[in-house]
Write a protein that binds this ligand. Structure first.
Ligand code: V55
Ligand code: FE
Length: 478
């Protein structure tokens, strides 16, 4: 296993170099977070998903852009800083930690940042949120319990925001402790108060990474990325892929107490992210990037199958059920042939019917560059816009020497029509020694390529997810 690259330095870069022109109507901040090991991992076989959360902010204003980054000061980060080395062991495995850390949160806050009720929340699905100041990126609360009201011990990295009410709807799995089959469903009102927590059980304990919230329903997809205690006790990671398990699609009324939850069966499938979801009466629709096999090369296949990169290719797939019917199985339909992962939408359309999705994809017609041989996957080298109304796509092809990270949508104005704006995404330039770019594309014409490219003088740590905040939603500078 090659050493995991780390970045470690916190950034204050004023007036980034820009190719092209930053659009006048791009005003606000693009936040991103990813794992960046604070110290060399305690065990060299640890996986990239266990690095400490490092948040960056590209602050756009009047055609200029500054970049700031700060590690999230999690309890774990602070304990390791005191020790001067990694004291937490393997990914989500407390059995591998140094002694005496039982009361310190293991959360790395490395998966998502989002802005709600005036603060940034940095999230990792094994622990409660960590709150940061949206302008200074200072950590202001390393263990958010919403005034003691959160009883779930975990909180997803994929809450949804209801555009009508401003509520944040979240869940936590393994919510009563390591390996528990309890899932909490949590509502936070627009002012940041926890107003509801209800509880359900899952058919088996496994990674519940994302979920779907519509105006009427809440839906989960349980996938065979199963909790594995024996593997953890042997010093391994939290999950292993059990190909003998089915997938289960669970749907409940959003405003109920969870007692009406129904699970619908499906075949072995991997799907981690929701593009968009909505309900039409008793029908609930959820679009995800779905693959047939384990998509994570660093979570082992339990039955010894080698990692299968073809089976791991995701395609935009619509899962649906009709709650008024008696069926025991969920329906699925592949909507587009493009291979990709990390779908997003115009986030103003979370929970309601939507038209446009965006996702990094792979252009299979371009031969792989020698720089990428040895990777389990071909890197994403395109950004694709999916139009569900016409079934058509538009693609920006960035060539075979870039690796693209997740992209994030920024509307041109708060009241711009759906999908009318920009997508922002980091590109690792594989042939330019250790450099990254932030690409900015106008969604009206992805094929035209970036309208602006923010050129960084270094290669920045990898991102998991990003979030756009318009200037008028940001707090006023102190
Ligand atoms: C994901 C990322 C994680 C994790 C579980 O699909 C799932 C993404 C960066 O950490 O712990
Ligand atoms: Fe995610």
């Amino acid at each position: 296993m090659p050493a995991i690259p780390t970045f470690r330095a916190e950034i204050d870069l004023v007036d980034c170099e820009v190719d092209g022109r930053i659009p006048d109507d791009l005003n606000g901040a693009f936040y991103r977070v990813g794992p960046d090991f604070q110290y060399p991992p305690k065990f060299p076989q640890n996986i990239p998903f266990d690095g400490e959360g490092h948040v960056s902010m590209f602050r756009f204003s009047a055609g200029r852009v500054d970049l700031k980054s700060r590690y999230v000061r999690t309890q774990r980060f602070k304990a390791q800083r005191r020790a001067g080395r990694a004291v937490f062991g393997m990914y989500r495995n407390p059995f591998t930690d140094d002694a005496g850390l039982e009361s310190v949160s293991r959360g790395t806050a490395n998966t998502t940042v989002l802005y709600h009720a005036g603060r940034l929340l940095a999230l990792k699905e094994d622990s409660p949120p960590v709150a940061m100041d949206a302008l200074t990126l200072e950590t202001i609360d390393d263990y958010v319990t919403f005034g003691g009201k959160l009883s779930s011990r975990t909180f997803t990295a994929h809450p949804k925001i209801d555009p009508e009410t401003g509520e944040l709807i979240a869940f936590g799995y393994e919510a009563k402790g390591l390996g528990s089959n309890d899932v909490a469903i949590i509502t936070i009102d627009r002012d940041g108060n926890l107003t509801r927590e209800s509880w359900i059980k899952v058919p088996y304990v496994g990674m519940l990474h994302d979920f779907a919230v519509t105006q009427r329903h809440i839906a989960f997809l349980a996938i065979p990325m199963a909790f594995n205690l024996a593997q953890m006790k042997a010093g391994g990671v939290h999950f292993a892929w059990d190909s003998t398990l089915p997938s289960w699609f669970g749907v409940m009324r959003r405003h109920g107490d969870g007692s009406d939850l129904r699970w619908y069966k499906g075949p072995e499938r991997c799907a981690t992210h929701v593009m968009g979801a909505w309900s039409d009466g008793d029908k609930c629709y959820v679009d995800m990037d779905m693959a047939k096999k384990n998509q994570f090369p660093f979570f082992p296949n339990l039955h010894g199958e080698p990692f299968d990169p073809v089976g791991a290719a995701g395609v935009v797939t619509r899962l649906s059920v009709d709650l008024s019917k008696k069926s025991d199985a969920y329906d699925m339909k592949v909507l587009f042939p493009d291979n990709g992962v990390l779908p997003r939408q115009d986030d103003r359309y979370q929970t309601i019917p939507y038209r446009y999705g965006f996702m990094p994809t792979v252009d299979l017609s371009v031969p792989p560059h020698p720089a990428v041989t040895g990777r389990p996957f071909r890197p994403n080298n395109c950004y694709t816009k999916f139009d569900h109304a016409t079934g058509r796509t538009q693609t920006c092809r960035a060539g075979n020497t870039v690796a693209l990270q997740e992209c994030c949508f920024a509307p041109k104005r708060p009241d711009a029509p759906e999908g009318d704006g920009y997508i922002l995404g980091m590109a690792e330039q594989m042939l330019e020694c250790n450099r990254s770019d932030l690409l900015i594309l106008d969604t009206a014409d992805l094929e035209a390529g970036p309208v602006a490219t923010v050129r960084l003088p270094f290669r920045i740590y990898g991102q998991v997810h990003g979030w756009w905040v318009s200037a008028n939603d940001l707090p006023a500078a102190a």
